[in-house]
Write a protein that binds this ligand. Structure first.
Ligand code: AP5
Length: 209
């Protein structure tokens, strides 16, 4: 199973990717998480990506295509994978096609911008493993502590309201055209805002089965 989760920043891609990875037994690949780890480790890729990410802009296609090509060649991807946050431009989607990759499903998670703004203001992420929470909708068992690894929960720098607005603008301009791209390949499945995390997972699994 090769699956893409498409959606605006904060649509819930990371949250659903973690649930689907458990359910389907395949890894999740998040370019956002890979880039944040690169920044933390001070690698050349991380240093190149940081200013774009802080500003809510997209990291250049050639950097992303390099990262994703390398990651998909790893052995744990042999049985399939879930892409979270990639591709994000037509150029990235075309590069994946040129590499001979065909997707079974591209799930577009449709969430209104106003809902996104609310969700992002309450998001907390684990600084160690990247797991994502929400202070009311998806709270951790112990406030400020990651359920998965015990790491500290922090607010992402790019979740500041002004940066989220910029990220939404970038999404509508650069990423939303991917819906037509994958519709023309016959693999686009759209999921409306189902409200809860659980209802969203069920809706996605229903379209995959
Ligand atoms: P990235 O990390 O990929 O961020 P994003 O796509 O903007 O998405 P987010 O991680 O912000 O949101 P999400 O959809 O995963 O939502 P989540 O599940 O956390 O990218 C960051 C940056 O890296 C980019 O801006 C760019 O600079 C760069 N980058 C990465 N990939 C790139 C690429 N391919 N090309 C170029 N640049 C790239 O949920 C959000 C919140 O809502 C959480 O608090 C969660 O608990 C809560 N929530 C989730 N579902 C629900 C629900 N159903 N009800 C209520 N609350 C919910």
């Amino acid at each position: 199973m090769k699956l893409i989760l498409l959606g605006a920043p904060g649509a819930g891609k990371g949250t659903q990717a973690a649930i689907l990875a458990d359910e389907l037994g395949i890894p999740t690949i998040s370019t956002g998480n890979i880039l944040r780890a690169a920044i933390k480790n001070g690698t050349p890729t991380g240093m190149k990506a940081k200013s774009y990410m802080d500003a809510g802009h997209l990291v250049p296609d050639e950097v992303i295509i390099g990262i994703i090509t390398e990651r998909l060649a790893e052995s744990d991807c042999a049985k399939g994978y879930i892409l979270d946050g990639v591709p994000r431009t037509i150029a990235q989607a075309e590069a994946l096609e040129r590499a001979g990759i065909q997707f079974d499903h591209v799930v577009s998670m449709e969430v209104a911008d106003a809902t996104i703004m609310e969700r992002m203001s309450g998001r907390r992420v684990c600084e160690k493993c990247g797991a994502s929470y929400h202070i009311t909708a998806v709270p951790p068992k112990v406030e400020g502590v990651c359920d998965v690894c015990g790491g500290k929960l922090v607010t992402r720098k790019d979740d500041a309201p002004e940066t989220v607005k910029d990220r939404l603008t970038v999404y509508h301009k650069e990423t939303e055209p991917l819906k037509d791209f994958y519709k023309s390949r016959g693999v686009l499945r759209s999921i409306g805002d189902m409200g809860s995390v659980e209802a969203t997972s069920k809706a996605i699994l229903d379209v995959l089965r």
